[in-house]
Design a protein around this ligand. Structure first.
Ligand SMILES: Cc1ncc(C[n+]2csc(CCOP(=O)(O)OP(=O)(O)O)c2C)c(N)n1
Ligand SMILES: [Mg+2]
Length: 272
């Protein structure tokens, strides 16, 4: 197993501990996006605890903010704060590690969780970078259910209009949102065509939980000039835990002790 895949599975184990202990969290979406976050933070982006206070470093916005529990584990792992503290206090009364991203936490750049805002903010950051002659890149991660928010389409239009080749969106396309499939609740189908219509470079990753394939896609995105890029990552919600995969109940389901043990066993089997 390569190092990034191992890291993503170790982080899956951290996420399961965190959400089990807290009795809350969005475990299905965490497990679908964790490979994307692992690859971006460990292989692609220039964002570290040391350079976080500077402006000319890459920028990351988790627009599907309900999956902050996954982001906490990634940032904790990189030393932005004590990962154990985040794991032990996630969502607890008076904890700073609340259930959606907020900028009081080192490494978090925007408050999010009200879906549909991250891409517009990313467009603004990308325009600002160009205006000020900076070479940073801005990365935004969105959910496929989130793509039902109309604000995204205005942001897509502006990104195409301004040729923001320093902007890279990723859609975590797991086919599910809060209460059912995206097709049932609000179809966001043919997303690639929608982005292309607004002048974006579109890259599909057919196995969006495959770290090596994601790395390749982000390198292609970096090489694309004159257009923003969207990486459409075809993922599995609940990836890695047998009884959670493709099951809408795990959007924010709470595990019993027995389910928790099974979930950890599934992850340990991959790691062994
Ligand atoms: C504006 C807004 N409307 C509704 C919600 C409630 N909500 C939280 S998560 C979610 C579903 C999101 O689905 P998706 O973007 O596909 O996320 P994922 O499958 O990756 O968890 C909804 C509707 C919200 N957070 N913000
Ligand atoms: Mg989804």
């Amino acid at each position: 197993m390569d190092a990034l895949t191992r890291k993503a599975y170790e982080l899956r184990r951290d996420i399961l501990e965190e959400v089990y202990k807290s009795g809350s969290g969005h475990v299905g979406g965490d497990l679908s996006v964790i490979d994307i976050l692992t690859v971006l933070y460990n292989e692609i982006m220039d964002i570290t605890p040391e350079n976080f206070g500077e402006r000319n470093r890459d920028h990351f916005l988790l627009s599907k903010g309900h999956c902050v529990d996954a982001l906490y584990m990634v940032l904790g792992d990189l030393g932005f704060f004590d990962k154990q503290e985040a794991k032990d206090t996630f969502s607890a009364y008076d904890s700073k590690f609340i259930g959606h991203p907020n900028t009081d936490i080192p490494g978090i750049e925007i408050n999010s969780g009200s879906l549909g805002h991250g891409l517009a903010l990313g467009v603004g950051m990308a325009i600002a970078g160009k205006m000020d002659g900076m070479d940073y890149r801005t990365y935004v991660v969105l959910g496929d259910g989130e793509m039902a928010e109309g604000s995204n389409y205005e942001a897509m239009m502006a990104a195409g209009h301004y040729h923001l080749d320093n902007l890279c969106a990723t859609v975590d396309l797991n086919g599910l949102q809060i209460s059912g499939t995206t097709d049932q609740v609000m179809s966001t189908a043919d997303l690639g065509e929608k982005f292309a219509a607004f002048g974006w470079n579109v890259i599909h990753v057919e196995d969006g939980n495959n770290c090596a394939h994601l790395v390749e896609a982000y390198h292609k995105a970096e090489a694309c000039k004159g257009k923003p890029t969207v990486v459409i990552a075809h993922t599995v919600k609940g990836k890695g835990v047998s009884f959670m995969e493709n099951n809408k109940s795990w959007h924010h389901g709470v595990m019993t002790e027995e389910q928790y043990k099974q979930a950890i066993a599934d992850i340990e089997e991959v790691l062994s």
